[in-house]
Design a protein around this ligand. Structure first.
Ligand code: LRH
Ligand code: MN
Length: 429
């Protein structure tokens, strides 16, 4: 394996940081032991936890107004994989990359798979794209894709998804994420019932092309790019579609795809109850689909989502293996720093959820002791789990202080010398 950063750089920085970490780790260990928790057990669970990073998140993102590139940002999938390898080498928690087509198109996918493996990476879910038109495309998606009124456009969208499955097979993926921007901006523009029927017929053709061990992850979204109705607008439409399609169809929860204040952790519990919880796109938001860094606005909600996931793990329904993936747009930060910070925020919410004393929680719930039930969650949420995450990272060969070591590496400045400049533009990528 040829990892992008020198092991010496990480080892020297860790040597300086280790004494303080050991002190904090053992102090936390003594505190947790007082409530019967063995800190090494939690560390082992964290060591086994990982989240996939989005290839499209390795570059600067933007809004419809503008995108402000940074020098040294990646310009193709090869440079994006390099940057994803930096994130994993430091965090030891992001060994998989979720790809997007045609944004990540290359001529040799077997070679790309080997290239990723040499960087310590593998591929998670494949994302299809029928929300943009490509040069030379026969039929425009301007009036919809899988739900278009035009049969040739639907067939083209189905064909693209099947092509993505074929690419995914070569990359070693086993999940296809299908998000469609299909919808309307005016009442009456489309029949709300028939547009769903067309979507279901097209999705059934994609479903039929899934290899035996694959899943199709349906991603719902309330609005944008459509601002009156979206064909798969909420978890209800998504679970009904997934139930109609079959066992290999599951629902993907993008945290930013709901109306403000929606109880997303309850949606997670419901999707799990019916065996349809397929995965997540982790990010955060204050208003719309802001695609901000996970845990940066509402870390408590992220904790409550993981609290439901730990409960779900204890009460499995069907094959409980949700895909954990980040889906963010890094408009104002160095994308590598944002994904390092986000991976930490996600893993720490998982660690806090594991620390919940479920015996006390369930006893208080059964006794309708509201305050003690809430306190069972709050006690875990208030634990500073950073020493556990850092120790797990250190023992896995990562950096104790990921951002400090990343900056010390001068990676971005070095890449600014090598990589061609990215042009000005707008939009997510
Ligand atoms: C849609 C979405 C979807 C991706 C895109 C990049 O908002 O969340 O998951 O295809 O962002
Ligand atoms: Mn998403």
């Amino acid at each position: 394996m040829n990892l992008p950063l020198s092991d010496e750089l990480i080892a020297e920085a860790n040597h300086r940081a280790l004494p303080a970490l050991e002190e904090d780790y053992h102090a936390l260990g003594r505190k947790l032991a007082r409530s019967g928790v063995e800190i090494d057990t939690i560390k082992a669970r964290i060591a086994g936890f990982s989240v996939a990073v989005p290839s499209w998140g390795a570059g600067r993102g933007g809004t419809r107004f503008a995108k402000f590139p940074i020098s040294g940002e990646p310009t193709n999938i090869h440079e994006k994989l390099e940057d994803c390898a930096v994130i994993n080498q430091l965090s030891r928690a992001t060994p998989r990359v979720s790809t997007h087509f045609p944004w990540d198109k290359v001529s040799d996918y077997a070679a790309l798979r080997e290239e990723a493996a040499s960087l310590g990476l593998s591929f998670d879910a494949i994302n299809s794209n029928t929300f943009q038109d490509q040069l030379g495309q026969a039929h425009s998606y301007s009036t919809g894709s899988l739900s278009s009124t035009d049969a040739a456009t639907r067939a083209q969208a189905v064909e693209h998804n099947i092509e993505c499955i074929e690419i995914g097979r070569q990359l070693g993926s086993t999940d296809l994420t299908v998000w469609v921007g299909d919808g309307t901006n005016f009442p009456g523009q489309q029949d709300l019932g028939r547009s769903l029927d067309r979507y279901l017929d097209s999705a059934a053709e994609v479903y039929a092309a899934l290899p035996g061990d694959w899943r199709m992850l349906l991603e719902h979204k309330m609005f944008e790019p459509a601002f009156y109705s979206s064909v798969i607008s909420d978890w209800g439409s998504s679970i009904l579609a997934a139930q109609q399609l079959g066992d290999k169809a599951k629902c993907l929860v993008d945290l930013g795809h709901h109306a403000p204040n929606v109880n997303i952790e309850q949606i997670v519990a419901r999707l799990h109850r019916f065996g349809k919880l397929g995965g997540f796109h982790f990010n955060d938001s204050k208003y719309g689909d802001d695609d901000l860094d996970s845990g940066s606005i509402n870390p408590h909600q992220l904790f409550l989502v993981f609290n439901e996931l730990v409960e779900a793990e204890l009460n499995p329904r069907g094959d409980f293996r949700p895909s954990y993936m980040i889906d963010q747009s890094h408009n104002v930060t160095d994308p590598i720093e944002s994904m390092l910070s986000s991976a930490e925020a996600i893993a720490s919410c998982f660690a806090k959820a594991i620390l919940v004393d479920r015996h006390s929680l369930h006893a208080a719930q059964d006794a309708n002791d509201t305050m003690m039930a809430f306190q069972a969650l709050r006690r875990a949420y208030n634990v500073d789990v950073a020493p556990i995450l850092a120790m797990a990272r250190f023992e896995a060969g990562g950096a104790i202080d990921v951002l400090a070591v990343y900056r010390e590496s001068q990676w971005r400045a070095r890449k600014a010398q090598e990589r061609k400049a990215v042009g000005l533009g707008a939009g997510i990528v």
